[in-house]
Each structure stands twice: as structure tokens, then as C-alpha cells.
Design a protein around this ligand. Structure first.
Ligand code: ADP
Ligand code: MG
Length: 319
């Protein structure tokens, strides 16, 4: 069977596609184009993107947006409500502040963080789906889709693959893997999960999946250190500071890659007790967590499909 592979750089990350099928080439070409289109709509940084316009009109005007923007924002609000705001895309003003601090290697100002924290309120994203317009309620508010954009893109790419009758393939958007069908001649895809304590890409285990997304969030990839404290890129919307949780990395496996992406970011913010409660409320979701103390936590529904490869790490059951 024809197989097409492609590497690309998009959405601030390396993208790899491998697609099998008669129309694999066409599928990969259209998927690549869609990814770049989505980036130009959803990026916080590209002036003229829907998100850039919404942020600039915060507290002022409604902004006409594309259907994709409406879809992501709608999903983001649902997941925010489900996670009691541990996931909140209005984190933008704070992620912007932390980006500046990181650039200047500065220390955070607690008072200013408190001021910004008041602006982080997902309920203030106003959406009118009929008119296809969006508005942020208050000036200074900012949307940042860094925690869900790649997941949403993965979902759209799978739609494209299906339009080209692709029965087997996958796309990896910087740690967001979306698997279509099963590999040719094999029963399942086997997806390795990186050891969050290793710098050289070692894996500690793998999951066997079909038609699923496997998404990992961790604080180990983008961070800087100042006076012994690690500042990483996942923020706790309750404190305004980088999440100080027990997890070194969180992997979520789900049919929906947007959901997996957002939920992995959300769980990263939660402590063990809150994580267990969230899992109990969403029994279909499959999670693999690595704690700071190097224990692997897995939910019961993934247990039989998880293979541990690191002899030094032990497994504990979650939920
Ligand atoms: P990565 O981008 O490394 O795959 P994530 O999917 O976990 O990691 O997303 C982290 C990004 O999400 C941050 O860079 C920031 O843009 C955004 N973000 C940070 N904290 C939150 C949060 N609590 N809720 C929603 N988005 C967040
Ligand atoms: Mg995420």
C-alpha cells in the first residue's frame, strides 16, 4: 500500500505525518495546507488572525471569525466548565506576562499577577454562533489557544484523511499524536510515552491504541530557572503562577484530540485528589500520569493497553 511521510514546522512545533492509502499524497498535501491555515487563524502572535483581532478588540467590539475559531472557543468553554476553570483559554494576559518575565529573566510581581488573574474568566468569552462573531467582555482580556489549538488541528486533519479514504495513518503535532485506524498488518498502534525525567527522548512506556489521540503535557520542555525555582509554561488559573503540582507529565488518551489536549493541560494543574475526582466524573477518559516521585499513575480503563518499559518506575492505580 502507498505510504506518504512528511515533516513540517507549524504551530510552533515539529509536525510529522505518515499516511497509507491510494490518495495518501493528496491527503497529506491538503492536511498540510489546513494546518497552516489554522495557524494563521488561531495564532496569538500573527497579526490579523481571528484571535489577535479578538484580543485587540477586548472590551470594545465584536469580531467576525471563521467557523474553526467558533468551534475551538465553544469547545474550550465546555472544557473550562468541566475542569472548574483549571483549563481556561483567557489565560492569555498571564501567559503574555510570564513570557516577558522569561525573556528578561525577571522576577514576578505578585500584585500585578493578582490584577491579571481577575481578567482570567472563560465565562467572559461571548460567542454569537449565528452571526459568527466573538467578543471578550473586558479590556485587557486575552485568549491563548496554546493548550487546545494543536488538539483541534489534529481533529481537522483526521477529517481530511477520512475524506481521502485513508484507513491508516497518523499525525504527530509536537507530542499530540492522532492515530487513524490501525497500522497495516498490525492490530494496534503502539505509541511511546516520553520519560519526563530524561533529556534524550527515552520512553518509559507505551500504549496500544486504535482511532485515538494520545496527548502529553509536561512542564519539562519549556521552562527557565530563576533562583532555584522552575518557571514553566502551564499556569494555574487559581494562583496565576506556573502550576505547582505533583505531575511531571500527564498523558490523556481520547477519541477527541481537542479534549485530550485541553484535559492534559488541565490535569497538569490539579493535585492528586482533584485529578481523581475529575477522572471519576469523566469515566471514559484514559490517563497516564508521572508523578514528581517517579511513580506512574494509570486509570483502570487503560491498564491492559499500557506497557511499562522502565524498570525503575513503578505503577499505581488511579481512580
Ligand atoms: P504544549 O504546548 O507544550 O503541548 P499544553 O498543551 O499543555 O503544552 O499547553 C500549554 C499552553 O497552553 C501554554 O503554552 C499556554 O499557551 C496555554 N496554557 C497555559 N496554562 C493554561 C491553562 N491553565 N489553561 C489553558 N491554557 C493554558
Ligand atoms: Mg494541552
Amino acid at each position: 500500500m502507498k505510504c506518504v511521510e512528511k515533516y513540517d514546522f507549524c504551530m510552533d512545533t515539529v509536525v510529522y505525518q505518515r499516511v497509507y492509502g491510494k490518495y495518501a499524497e493528496e491527503a497529506v498535501d491538503e492536511a498540510t495546507k489546513k494546518l497552516h491555515d489554522l495557524e494563521s487563524i488561531l495564532s496569538l502572535f500573527q497579526s490579523g488572525s481571528d484571535i489577535h483581532l479578538i484580543n485587540h478588540q477586548a472590551g470594545k467590539n465584536w469580531v467576525k471569525v471563521s467557523q474553526d475559531t467558533l468551534n475551538v472557543l465553544h469547545l474550550a468553554k465546555i472544557i473550562s466548565a468541566r475542569t472548574n476553570g483549571a483549563f481556561d483559554v483567557t489565560i492569555g494576559c498571564l501567559s503574555d506576562y510570564w513570557r516577558q518575565l522569561r525573556k528578561n529573566q525577571d522576577k514576578p510581581d505578585k500584585k500585578y499577577i493578582e490584577f491579571l488573574l481577575d481578567l482570567v474568566t472563560y465565562q467572559d468569552i461571548q460567542i454569537n454562533p449565528n452571526e459568527k462573531v466573538v467578543k471578550l467582555k473586558r479590556p485587557g482580556q486575552q485568549i491563548d489557544l496554546g493548550g487546545i489549538g494543536k488538539g483541534y488541528a489534529g481533529e481537522k486533519i483526521v477529517d481530511i484523511y477520512q475524506n481521502y479514504s485513508v484507513l491508516s495513518g497518523f499525525i504527530n503535532l509536537g507530542g499530540n499524536a492522532v492515530l487513524v485506524g490501525k497500522p497495516p498488518l498490525k492490530k494496534d498502534w503502539k505509541v511511546g510515552i516520553r520519560n519526563p525525567f530524561s533529556n534524550d527522548g527515552k520512553i518509559f512506556g507505551a500504549v496500544r491504541v486504535k482511532n485515538r489521540s494520545v496527548v502529553t503535557s509536561g512542564g519539562y520542555e519549556r521552562y527557565y530557572e530563576k533562583e532555584g525555582f522552575k518557571y514553566h509554561h502551564i499556569l494555574d488559573p487559581r494562583t496565576g503562577f506556573p502550576a505547582e503540582t505533583e505531575w511531571q507529565s500527564v498523558t490523556v488518551i481520547s477519541e477527541s484530540s481537542s479534549f485530550a489536549d485541553a484535559l492534559s493541560t488541565a490535569i497538569f494543574v490539579l493535585n492528586q485528589e482533584e485529578t481523581v475526582r475529575l477522572i471519576e466524573k469523566n469515566p471514559s477518559v484514559e490517563v497516564i500520569m508521572v508523578s514528581k516521585s517517579r511513580k506512574i499513575g494509570v486509570t483502570r480503563n487503560i491498564e491492559k493497553n499500557f506497557v511499562k518499559l522502565d524498570q525503575e518506575m513503578s505503577i499505581m492505580m488511579m481512580g
